[in-house]
Design a protein around this ligand. Sequence first.
Ligand SMILES: NC(=O)c1ccc[n+]([C@@H]2O[C@H](COP(=O)([O-])OP(=O)(O)OC[C@H]3O[C@@H](n4cnc5c(N)ncnc54)[C@H](OP(=O)(O)O)[C@@H]3O)[C@@H](O)[C@H]2O)c1
Length: 235
Amino acid sequence: MRARKNLEKNNMPATQSGRMRPKVIVNCAMSADGKIASRLRKQTRLSDEADMARVHRLRNDCDAILVGIGTVMADDPSLLVKEKYVDEVKQPVRVVLDSKCRISSDAKVLKPGSRTIVVVTEGNSRDVPGAEVITIGSGSHIDLCLLLEKLSEMGINSLLIEGGGETIWSFVKSGLVDEFKVFISSKLIGGAMAPSPVDGEGFGSEDEFTQLTLKSTKLSDSGILLEFVADNFNK
Ligand SMILES: NC(=O)c1ccc[n+]([C@@H]2O[C@H](COP(=O)([O-])OP(=O)(O)OC[C@H]3O[C@@H](n4cnc5c(N)ncnc54)[C@H](OP(=O)(O)O)[C@@H]3O)[C@@H](O)[C@H]2O)c1
């Protein structure tokens, strides 16, 4: 515990076991009614051009980007930084949470462009051309503290979580979110079953809620960016 406090005093986040972990930044885009995609869960463009440029700069500034296998299957993102948005491209490492190793060999995230790490649980490891497969946890549970410690050992000091809702929830539930950035677009999507930025089971009672502090608001052409920090970050 003392090791953790010392790391946090030096502005370096630590896990409960006192080991270094990357700073965790969540970024997502949602409709004005709080949905990150339609009920059909197909990729939906919600960011405007100015926000796309911001997202690519943010990616470029982070050492790694992480998504869940649900996003890989629904959106097939490449998770690469587009050159037109930044002066000097530094492609982050791409990380996919995929406990059962369901990733398709055609997934764009496995194509050249940057290093890709697929995280599976015990007994589910197999060769995935284009990726390194690492095993952390068992059953359907990837232990996120252990994963962050491992990423830190690999030299990853900042990790951008790009979704989807189940994955963001697993970081929120584990108390591992330091910054939360959400672009609110001027679209309405609707649907009780449409995904939202933080899905999963959700917290039941008020004393469990994650408290954020609003740090900035930025109006864009067709929406607004809200940037929060988690109140437990570096306290
Ligand atoms: N607007 C936006 O900013 C944005 C961004 C990204 C995605 N999206 C949308 O979000 C939707 C996908 O979200 P989603 O919630 O269905 O999927 P997701 O969060 O991308 O992936 C969820 C899956 O990842 C694995 N996983 C996540 N955390 C884990 C953990 N701690 N341990 C083990 N496995 C873990 C689990 O699959 P296994 O059990 O198989 O491992 C889980 O079912 C799509 O509609 C996509 O379009 C929107």
